[in-house]
Write a protein that binds this ligand. Sequence first.
Ligand code: 9D3
Length: 247
Amino acid sequence: MIFDILTLFPGMFDSPLRESILGRAIKQGLFEVRAHNLRDWAEGKHLTVDDTPYGGGDGMVMKPEPIARAVADLRQQSPAAKVLLMTPQGVPFKQQHACDLAREENLIFLCGRYEGFDERVRQTLVDEEYSIGDFVLTGGELPAMVMIDAISRHLPGVLGSSDSAETDSFIDGLLEYPHYTRPAVFDGMPVPDVLLSGDHGRIACWRREQQLLRTLQRRPELLEEVLLDAQDKKALERLRKELVPKE
Ligand code: 9D3
């Protein structure tokens, strides 16, 4: 997989994706991150990439021509490349998108600064438009890195087998159960007895229940979407009563 990025700040992509797991995967040739400076496709003495908005108003708008030239150049290498626009108005990026986008050969990320892109960029050059959540950032670079991180861990060989993307608990739509390691008592707080019992059936049951409890407490809306078996439903019913006692 090749991730091409069009940005005014290509240097931002140098470090975060090249550490740890993804850094090793890049060294192994499992994927590539190519950050390009949009100004390389700008014209005129000042290499202008933005201009004032038609109709007036604050801020500047990213001009369409440099972006169109850049996308055309990158598409010469791989005509099927999917172009993704990073904007606060985009579809909220989810785990399923990460999984689906990992099947592509080449993704081109368009990262904006200023107020945003000329609308005709969206109309003619863009395949999909994403936001990473309802908070305001200073540009699309961090969102692109977040998406590249989430996508690349689905590529074959990037994760070790003990940490595979398919066993992520987010896949089954619930939050994770709590984890513990040594010491058995830390600052007066013991590890739950069941985890020391060696009874793998009871441990699995406790963990599932903890997942349901945490999801109920923190992200109840996730329970609407998730597939639950009869045992889950029974446990959830009991947890709901314990959480919201009657009277
Ligand atoms: C005043 C209107 N603002 C829209 C909410 C303008 C604006 C603010 C911030 C336009 C662009 C930006 C920069 N943000 C992104 O480019 C961005 C983003 C984000 O801010 N939050 C979550 N996801 C994304 S994806 C791209």
